[in-house]
Design a protein around this ligand. Structure first.
Ligand SMILES: Nc1ncnc2c1ncn2[C@@H]1O[C@H](COP(=O)(O)OP(=O)(O)OP(=O)(O)O)[C@@H](O)[C@H]1O
Length: 391
């Protein structure tokens, strides 16, 4: 059979079948199309302004590595005028984060971007290794997720930066939508679909430029661009519920490849049905599950992605028509939106009052809807446990 030519340039040999829509593309066209789509997300959401200083939440993993690389490319290509800085949080997990931070340090040199690292140790007096030693593996993701959100915020403030971008991708968002749908938590579901999070009481906003990028395409991009990234999963326990949502979506994706984008779009449409239209006053909630890192080892459910990465490494570059997935394009709900019954409405919400009023944590001064922020509440429990153990 003659080699397939690229559907885009009709010249080069196609080496990639896009997971999103089955288009067969050559390496160069795939990289350009991927970058163009991120550029479209950025410009259509008016994510940045010229001269803006941006902290890229950099974990050394594929998503944030691709994010940093694509932002660098687009910044130069389209003259965004951004000042890009890598911001890493060292959770204090030996054999995992220390290794991935080495990758970020290399990325900092490769992309010529300054790097700032903030540690749980210095911020909270606890490393995640110590947290797990104290509370065990079960539920440790809650501590980590709460601490990380705040750590990124604090790191940005140290750098006097008001905008942090993270590598959350379409799969992450679809999982979060699904989890909140299964929980019946419409307000959180709607917040999870926003490309920008944060609120008026914090001067650090968050955004997700890879919101519409499929995880598999991110892996393909990293592979074909030969990016240096760290691919080991966190050594601590996965968020079981996210893993379940992930498996569900992966199974749906097999029979309906557009499922990931469909779920994201449906989440966006549902957000319009909530009183705050997805712009709730809750910066403590990235739309991820309460706590948790947003990725979990759901990734290993079925080990699909790990297999894909392994096979990409093994196979020669020209032989990577890997993923049998097609897309019918996202479906759009009717414009005539009907008010859906919202389950489990909270009393304040039913009374039409705002869900949360943000103030400052009495202990650390970080924004909080309670008198004490989530991180300090968790730290109180940890410190009490430490005292009990010492006694
Ligand atoms: N330790 C960290 N330091 C800085 N940013 C982080 C850190 N951990 C996560 N992030 C940010 O949050 C995003 C989502 O994190 P998550 O834990 O879901 O990892 P992930 O989906 O495996 O992403 P990645 O492949 O970038 O590690 C990351 O892409 C990154 O931007």
């Amino acid at each position: 059979m003659p080699p397939t030519t690229c559907a885009h340039c009709s010249t080069n040999r196609a080496v990639i079948k896009r997971p999103k829509n089955h288009h067969k593309l050559c390496r160069g066209c795939f990289l350009t199309v991927f970058e163009d789509e991120v550029h479209h997300t950025i410009t259509s959401s008016k994510l940045f302004y010229p001269g803006e200083r941006i902290a890229v939440g950099a974990s050394g993993g594929k998503d944030s590595t691709v994010l940093a690389s694509v932002l660098k490319t687009l910044n130069e290509r389209h003259n965004y005028g951004l000042d890009l800085i890598l911001l890493s949080v060292d959770e204090g997990i030996k054999g995992y984060r220390d290794d991935s931070l080495e990758t970020v340090k290399r990325n900092s040199v490769q992309y010529d971007m300054p790097l700032k690292i903030v540690g749980y140790d210095e911020l909270y007096g606890w490393t995640m290794d110590q947290v797990v030693e104290t509370v065990g593996k079960k539920g440790n993701c809650t501590y980590c997720g709460v601490f990380r959100r705040q750590a990124l915020d604090r790191g940005a403030k140290m750098l006097e930066i008001k905008h942090v971008v993270t590598g959350h991708n379409a799969d992450d968002i679809a999982e979060t939508v699904m989890m909140n749908l299964l929980r019946g938590d419409l307000p959180r579901l709607s917040r999870s679909t926003s490309i920008v999070t944060g609120d008026s009481s914090s001067d650090v906003k968050r955004s997700k430029p890879l919101k519409y990028a499929y995880e598999k395409e991110i892996v393909l991009y990293a592979h074909h661009k030969k990016l240096d990234y760290f691919s080991t999963e966190c050594i601590y326990s996965p968020e079981a519920f996210r893993g379940t949502a992930r498996s569900l979506i992966k199974n749906l994706e097999k029979i309906r490849p557009s499922a990931i984008l469909d779920i994201v779009r449906s989440g966006e449409d549902m957000a319009q049905l909530t009183p705050d239209k997805g712009k709730g006053q809750c910066a403590c909630d990235e739309g991820d599950a309460v706590g948790g890192c947003g990725s979990a080892n759901g990734r290993t459910s079925g080990n699909e992605l790990a297999r894909m990465e392994a096979s990409l490494k093994e196979r020669p570059r020209h032989d990577s028509l890997e993923t049998e997935i097609s897309s019918n394009g996202p479906t759009k709900a009717d414009d005539d939106v009907v008010q859906l019954p919202v389950r489990n409405r909270r009393p304040q919400e039913a009374a039409g009052t705002p869900l949360q009023t943000l103030g400052q944590c009495v202990k650390c001064g970080y924004m909080s809807s309670q008198s004490m922020c989530q991180a300090c509440t968790l730290l109180e429990t940890l410190n009490k446990n430490r005292a009990d153990i010492t006694i």
